[in-house]
Ligand binder design. Structure first.
Ligand SMILES: Cc1cc2nc3c(=O)[nH]c(=O)nc-3n(C[C@H](O)[C@H](O)[C@H](O)COP(=O)(O)OP(=O)(O)OC[C@H]3O[C@@H](n4cnc5c(N)ncnc54)[C@H](O)[C@@H]3O)c2cc1C
Length: 276
C-alpha cells in the first residue's frame, strides 16, 4: 500500500490568523480594531503576508500555535507509527485500531522496505507476512479476539491516521524528521505534509525544513561523523566549523580589513606583480 498524505482541513486563513496574533503583540490597536482594518482592506493580504514572513524569521514562536493543520495519512507502517506518536506537544492523533478492525481472509496491508527488495529478500518477506496472516486468521476462527490475535502482526503492518497539529509543532517535526538521520518512511511522510502545506500556503510551507535549513538553525547540530555522512552536509556547515570560525575571530586571526588590505585591493594586477 502506498503512503498517502492529504491536508484535509486547516485554520480558515492561516496568514490572517498569524497576522492578527502577531499584530496584537506589537500594536496599540485592540484585536477588534485590527480585525476591522483587515475587513475593510486598510490592511491588504499582501501586507499581512509580508508582515508574517518577517515575523517567521524571528524567535517569536507562540503565535504559531494558533494555526492548525489536519492531515489524513494512510499506508504507513506500524514501525513508523511508533515513532510518530512520540511527538506529543501540539499534536493530536487518531489511529486505526487493531482491536476494532479485524483483518479478513488472513491478509493485511504491509510495507516492504526498498532495502529488502534491493537485497533480493522481497519474496521471503512476503512469505513471512502470508504465514503470519494465515496464523492470524486461524486464531480469529478459533475465537481469539482481534486484540490478542494482533500480537502476531509485524511492524510492517499498515495503519492510518487522522492528525491535527499546530504550525509550531509541525515546524519542530520537520526539524527532526526531514533531517537525513531520521528514518526514511518518516522523512517521506513529512515531505508529503510539507508539499501539502506548500501547495495551499507557500510562505508557510517553505519554512518546513530540516533543522539545518536556512530558515531554521542554518547549521547542522548533529555529531560530526553524521554531518560528514549527510548527502546535504556540504550545503550546510557543521556547528564545529562555526565555533572554529568564532574562535579565530575572537583570537584576532580574522581581524578587520586594514589600510594595507585596501592598498592591495587598489593595486593594479599585472603579470609581474607579486600575487596577493
Ligand atoms: C533521529 C532520531 C532518533 C531517535 N531515536 C530514538 C530512540 O532510539 N529511542 C527513543 O526512545 N526515542 C528516539 N527518538 C525519539 C525522540 O527521543 C523523541 O521522543 C521524539 O523525537 C519526540 O520529540 P520531542 O521530545 O521533541 O517531542 P514533541 O512532542 O515533538 O515536543 C516538542 C518540543 O516540546 C518540548 N517538550 C516536549 N515534551 C516536553 C516536556 N515533557 N517537558 C518540557 N518540554 C517538552 C521540547 O522542546 C520538544 O522539543 C528519536 C528521534 C529522532 C529524531
Amino acid at each position: 500500500m502506498a503512503i498517502d498524505v492529504r491536508l484535509v482541513d486547516h485554520t480558515h486563513d492561516p496568514i490572517r490568523t498569524l497576522y492578527t496574533a502577531y499584530r496584537v503583540c506589537y500594536s496599540s490597536f485592540t484585536p477588534a480594531q485590527i480585525e476591522a482594518r483587515i475587513a475593510d482592506e486598510r490592511i491588504s493580504a499582501e501586507q499581512m503576508r509580508e508582515f508574517v514572513e518577517a515575523r517567521l524569521a524571528t524567535g517569536h514562536t507562540s503565535p504559531l500555535q494558533q494555526v492548525w493543520f489536519e492531515f489524513g495519512i494512510s499506508g504507513v507502517s506500524r514501525a513508523f507509527s511508533h515513532q510518530f506518536v512520540r511527538h506529543h506537544m501540539g499534536i493530536s492523533f487518531e489511529q486505526q485500531s487493531q482491536r476494532y478492525v479485524t483483518y479478513k481472509d488472513g491478509t493485511f496491508p504491509y510495507t516492504v522496505p526498498e532495502s529488502v527488495r534491493r537485497a533480493g529478500m522481497a519474496e521471503q518477506f512476503k512469505q513471512a507476512m502470508a504465514t503470519a496472516g494465515q496464523t492470524y486468521e486461524a486464531m480469529i476462527a478459533a475465537g481469539v479476539p482481534a486484540e490478542d490475535a494482533r500480537f502476531l502482526l509485524p511492524n510492517a503492518t499498515n495503519t492510518n491516521f487522522k492528525v491535527s497539529v499546530n504550525y509550531l509543532e509541525l515546524l519542530h517535526i520537520a526539524d527532526q524528521r526531514l533531517c537525513t538521520r531520521a528514518q526514511w518512511e518518516f522523512r517521506k511522510v513529512v515531505s508529503l505534509m510539507r508539499a501539502e502545506v506548500k501547495r495551499r500556503f507557500p510562505s508557510l510551507g517553505v519554512q518546513l525544513q530540516p533543522k539545518c535549513g536556512e530558515a531554521r538553525l542554518g547549521y547542522c547540530d548533529e555529531a560530526f561523523k553524521d554531518w560528514e555522512a549527510c548527502p546535504i552536509g556540504r550545503k550546510r556547515p557543521h556547528k564545529s566549523t562555526l565555533f572554529a570560525l568564532y574562535e579565530r575571530q575572537q583570537s584576532g586571526a580574522l581581524a578587520d580589513l586594514g589600510e594595507r588590505d585596501f592598498e592591495l585591493i587598489e593595486r593594479e594586477q599585472t603579470d609581474d606583480a607579486e600575487p596577493y
